[in-house]
Design a protein around this ligand. Structure first.
Ligand code: ZN
Length: 119
């Protein structure tokens, strides 16, 4: 449970105290989230090598598809038009993009570099 809270709170995978992201980003202001290079508390390096977060794109894809399917299943109960649902799903994808970016990287970090991993 604490791992899930640390992932959602964007905490360091080693100490659980330092923040992974310096800025959360805002898609409406065209700002992407910015990561800290290392943990402010334990100095754990987040990006091990160039391209370390390449795999998190696939995690982001899976998370986004999951959100879209869930939204479709809920919206399909209340909205008749498929076109309206597709447009709303497009808006949802844009609004959730910075959250998905951060969430997928956090999942990637905890998957490869969690507390019990010895890298
Ligand atoms: Zn740390």
């Amino acid at each position: 449970m604490s791992v899930l809270l640390n992932i959602l709170g964007e905490k360091c995978p080693k100490c659980g105290k330092g923040k992974v992201f310096a800025e959360k980003g805002n898609i409406f202001l065209l700002r992407l989230p910015k990561m800290n290079a290392s943990c402010s508390h334990c100095h754990h390096k987040f990006e091990k090598e160039p391209g370390y977060f390449f795999g998190s794109m696939f995690v982001s894809y899976a998370v986004a598809v999951g959100e879209m399917v869930l939204f479709f299943l809920i919206a399909n109960q209340f909205i008749e038009s498929y076109l309206t649902i597709v447009v709303l799903i497009g808006i949802l994808a844009i609004v959730m993009s910075t959250f998905n970016f951060r969430f997928s990287r956090m999942l990637w970090i905890y998957l490869l570099d969690g507390k019990d991993k010895k890298i």
